[in-house]
Design a protein around this ligand. Structure first.
Ligand code: FE
Ligand code: FE
Ligand code: MG
Length: 161
């Protein structure tokens, strides 16, 4: 899309692009957190947890796709260097040193709660001037809420074993 057709411009666009890139950093780290977690997790209900983690990893990668598409539509440049994931992330990355299922789930729940917070803020910010980003963010936020719910349900199941 050329500059002339762009629906938001100037500082507002730059601010949105920056926040979308920060969210992109989060999504990549969340993707890896889930992906590596699914490989190393041990303990009760391992199979079920592994399947859920892999599903969520795929969702986070899809979120990264959506963010990059919107960043480029707004005339921005998506993160090109992996070292910038750590510089820009809101939610960080928790090293899964302990592969026990409860620990892995707790780390991912913390990540989802952070993501929900990030996307809620982005939703509020874009509400009055950027309906396209706003709608995309709402879709991602809906997924993150479902992710947290799914993980909490697994924790409950584990408690009832
Ligand atoms: Fe996500
Ligand atoms: Fe998520
Ligand atoms: Mg799920």
């Amino acid at each position: 899309m050329g500059t002339k057709g762009r629906e938001i411009v100037g500082e507002r666009a730059d601010e949105v692009i920056d926040l979308l890139n920060r969210a992109l950093a989060d999504e990549w780290l969340a993707y890896y957190q889930y992906w590596i977690g699914s490989k190393i997790v041990v303990g009760p209900m391992k199979g079920e947890v592994m399947a859920e983690l892999m599903e969520h990893a795929a969702d986070e990668l899809r979120h990264a796709d959506l963010l990059v598409a919107r960043i480029m539509q707004l005339g921005g440049t998506p993160i090109l260097r992996p070292e910038d994931w750590y510089k820009l992330t809101n939610c960080g990355y928790e090293v899964p040193n302990d592969p026990q299922v409860r620990k892995i789930l707790a780390q991912n729940i913390k990540g989802e709660q952070c993501a929900i917070n990030v996307y809620n803020k982005l939703l509020a910010l874009t509400g009055d001037f950027d309906p396209i980003t706003n709608e995309m963010v709402l879709g991602i936020l809906t997924d993150e809420v479902e992710h947290e719910d799914d993980l909490q349900a697994l924790v409950e199941d584990l408690e009832n074993i």
